[in-house]
Design a protein around this ligand. Structure first.
Ligand code: GCO
Length: 475
């Protein structure tokens, strides 16, 4: 059968996030973020790792840009650190912070690489957390819009692709249900309220974008884990529908349709967990619909209808043993269960390229929007050989299978703007330090020792270089 080619203007990319790569945590006037504070509390992360230095991208910008050019990247997705630009979260702008992103964006453009700018990748200014509890207060909506406005004014004429909020679902689930991201709360009501404010902030930022950057494209990046029923009984199918509403449609309907899915909303109202929705909120959500959905895809989730007790929310592992898939099962409605059909990574994440194809099709059917894979990749324990190579054939295999799934989805009629592999260099894993590596480029350091920070392209670097050069043909 005929294989559809990737579009000629397909954005072949790789991604990162400010806190995970920049380092320079207090350089040139940057204020602290909630992650600067949180990672320094005992027991929060693997071996107490933090982003003070990370992979020092802030000071090694030119070297990293040259590696991107060598690879032939068409797009690079990065995030801006809010407290680097606005050290107190609002008010005074730190010119030195903006200047760093000017150098980054100009350096990309000079090398023919399209910048994909993420406005928020979890590093909330500590000042706003202290002042009013960050996402738990409606003041965040105006403060986030003001911060975004600074970036639109400064970079709107040279950046076309923008990501609004990165993985609100994953970040706030960890922050307010599992207690593993700052502010480490476990409270379902506060969880839904914080999310409601984030939806409003997202919509406000997009509405402002329409006025300021009329030719740009913007959308949120969602940690999308399509659900499967564990079996075909009617009860299991109902549990599957419940899981889709609670883990996917709650966020994507709010972003794309401007409303919450009905059954989940009723359930939360009946349990006193629904967010307080004020007059005007629905109009604001309707005014801030995205141009595309950013899809961060790592694994599928399989669910069953077995009874649940509320205490079984799994915690993300920070001890260096095998991790667990973060779960937000809802008592009585569904519970996650391993899928016997799928192999898992060393971090227990189901490896499922076909699930990506299925997911892209579902999103297209439900929202009829272009899609942009803003993350996909494999976190593994990479080994540097004695002659300084990394033979990550497992990563090549993972990425190749997922690109084949993208190609099949294109064949199915999905509109796909691009694919940003996670990640370009190795990065600081938020909770897992440097034992869980994702990059095309190995970085010489670990949680304890910063070492040389030397960049060493892995086998996957040369493989992806070839894929891009061939425009995705002959995967
Ligand atoms: C990790 C995570 C991250 C996320 C990314 C989400 O190990 O810390 O996997 O790298 O994938 O930050 O947007």
């Amino acid at each position: 059968r005929q294989i559809k080619d990737f579009p000629a203007d397909f954005l072949w990319g790789a991604a990162s996030a400010a806190y995970q790569v920049e380092g320079a945590w207090d350089a040139d006037g940057k204020g602290p973020s909630v992650w600067d504070t949180f990672t320094k509390q005992p027991g929060r992360t693997f071996k107490g790792s933090n982003g003070d230095v990370a992979v020092d991208h802030y000071h090694r910008l030119e070297e990293d840009l040259d590696l991107m050019a060598q690879m032939g990247l068409k797009a690079y997705r990065f995030s801006v650190s809010w407290p680097r630009v606005l050290p107190a979260g609002r008010g005074a702008v730190n010119e030195a912070g903006l200047a760093f992103y000017d150098r980054l964006i100009d350096g990309l453009l000079a090398r023919g690489i399209a910048p994909v700018l993420t406005l928020y990748h979890w590093d909330l200014p500590q000042a706003l957390q202290d002042e009013y509890g960050g996402w738990e207060d409606r003041r965040i909506i105006a403060d986030f819009a003001a911060y975004c406005g600074v970036l639109y004014q400064r970079f709107g004429h040279k950046v076309q692709h923008w990501v609004s909020l990165n993985e609100q679902n994953y970040n706030l689930t960890n922050a307010y249900l599992l207690g593993t991201h700052p502010p480490a709360v476990q409270d379902r009501r506060r969880f839904y309220q914080a999310n409601h404010h984030a939806f409003l902030a997202n919509a406000q930022a997009i509405a402002l974008f329409r006025q300021t950057v009329p030719k740009g494209l913007i959308g949120p990046s969602f940690a999308y884990s399509p659900c499967y029923p564990s079996g075909s009984s009617p009860e299991e199918m109902l549990a599957f529908e419940n899981a889709e509403e609670f883990t996917n449609w709650w966020w994507l309907d709010a972003y794309c349709l401007g409303r919450y899915p009905q059954a989940a909303l009723r359930f939360l109202q009946a349990n006193g967990e629904a967010p307080i929705i004020e007059p005007g909120d629905a109009e604001l959500l309707a005014a801030g619909k995205p141009d595309f959905i950013g899809v961060n895809y790592y694994y599928t989730t399989t669910v069953t209808d077995n009874g649940l007790d509320g205490q079984t929310l799994q915690r993300i592992n920070t001890t260096g043993q095998k991790g667990t898939t973060p779960s937000s099962g809802v008592p009585g409605l569904y519970r996650t269960t391993p899928n016997p059909n799928l192999a898992t990574s060393n971090w227990d994440w189901a490896i499922d390229p076909t699930g990506l194809r299925t997911g892209l099709r579902r999103l297209t059917s439900r929202y009829a929007l272009p899609l942009f894979i803003t993350e996909n990749g494999l976190g593994e324990f990479d080994q540097l050989t004695a002659d300084e190579q990394v033979h990550d054939d497992y990563r090549i295999d993972y990425l190749r299978q997922h690109l084949l799934a993208c190609q099949a989805a294109l064949q199915d009629g999905v509109e796909l703007l691009g694919y940003c592999a996670w990640s370009f260099t190795d990065i600081l894993s938020w909770l897992n330090g440097y034992q869980k590596r994702y990059g095309f480029v190995y970085v010489d350091r670990d949680e304890v020792a910063v070492r040389s920070l030397r960049r060493i392209p892995k086998d996957s670097f040369y493989w992806y270089q070839g894929v891009i050069a061939r425009g995705g043909r002959d995967l």
